[in-house]
Design a protein around this ligand. Structure first.
Ligand code: IMP
Ligand code: MG
Length: 236
């Protein structure tokens, strides 16, 4: 079952907790405090550039959309769904994470799979830093594993327009695998094309630009442990 999330962006700026004393912890007013605290260090020399801070990722985030606890729970469920799907025939399963965005997701996901599997790496590039839509999907690094006659599970961070996953799965099908299925952590149903079926979906999200848990903006923020909405003014 896909979990539907509503966004309703509520900027943290101006929030009751947004006081100078509280500010370093303003994303931390949840049970996650002790874990998050290590990411926030007031003593770091943060230089403010035109659009963003050079450090202190939290200043660039509008809100946490999906917490690390929610992610953990859902990734474990996805692992169980995938394990059930391949229960009877998993010996040849090749997991193909679409790099780079899926690295953290796939690392967590495969540890919930209770059988032997292979990983085939493939790097795809589509977004040039910001949220620019359009342009062809570019296979930067081709698959490094033979997949003919084998089950393939493509794992991606987010299904937005679907162009990336369409291009990747089409490329993979040309190599005559036994099957190609798709697992994506996030899906934006507003844009996802009807003719692309994702077999496993972590969360459906509104059409906002998100970072963290592997997802990037300008190749940054991948290491933020939750999935967060990036402040709009940073990319508009
Ligand atoms: P699509 O080809 O439009 O489906 O885009 C998929 C790729 O674009 C994903 O694998 C991400 O790398 C990137 N992308 C799309 N939406 C977002 C977002 O909200 N945050 C970060 N990356 C995104
Ligand atoms: Mg990607």
């Amino acid at each position: 079952m896909v979990t539907q999330l509503q966004t309703g962006i509520e900027p943290l700026r101006g929030h009751a907790l947004d006081t100078p004393d509280f500010r370093p912890h303003r994303l931390l007013h949840s049970p996650q405090t002790s874990v998050n605290a290590r990411f926030v260090n007031r003593d770091l020399p943060c230089e403010r550039t035109a659009n963003a801070y050079n450090c202190g990722m939290e200043d660039d985030l509008a809100k946490i959309l999906i917490s690390r606890e929610q992610i953990d729970r859902r990734v474990a469920e996805l692992g169980r769904e995938i394990a059930a799907e391949y229960a009877d025939n998993h010996r040849d399963l090749v997991i193909v994470p679409v790099l780079t965005g899926s690295i953290i997701f796939v690392a967590d996901l495969i540890r919930h799979l209770p059988f032997k599997m292979h990983i085939g790496l493939m790097t795809v590039s589509r977004y040039r830093g910001a949220t620019t839509v359009g342009g062809a999907t570019k296979i930067v690094e081709d698959l490094n594993v033979e997949i003919e006659g084998r089950d393939v599970l493509v794992v991606d961070d987010i299904l937005d327009t679907g162009n990336t996953l369409k291009a990747v799965s089409q490329q993979l099908r040309e190599r005559q695998p036994a099957s190609v299925k798709i697992c994506t952590l996030l899906r934006k149903p507003a844009k996802a094309p009807k003719d692309l079926h994702a077999d496993f979906v972590g969360f459906d999200v509104d059409d906002v630009f998100v970072v963290g848990y592997g997802l990037d903006f300008n190749n940054q923020y991948r290491n933020w442990p939750d999935i967060a909405v990036l402040r709009e003014e940073l990319y508009q």
